[in-house]
Design a protein around this ligand. Sequence first.
Ligand SMILES: [Zn+2]
Length: 92
Amino acid sequence: MSHAWAAGSTRQWRRLRRAVLDRDRWICQLCHKPIDPTRRNPDPMSAQVHHVQGKAYGDDPAHLQAAHRLCNQKAGDPTRAPDPAPRPMTRW
Ligand SMILES: [Zn+2]
């Protein structure tokens, strides 16, 4: 799995992530319930930043919103390519 979007400055990303969470007042923008800042990854209710338009749009805060890890996972990434159609098995 590619994480090219996170490459470069992790420090900058952490700062951006924090800014997005503060802007959204630690309210999950997907289920509209508060996010507990003391919870940590991989806790499903820990804070994550959701890429509204998909990660391909980059890290513009306008396209980012606070979300629970679980909610973010459910939402997925809209820019992610759909799974390829299953290929017929080659019979020998
Ligand atoms: Zn949520």
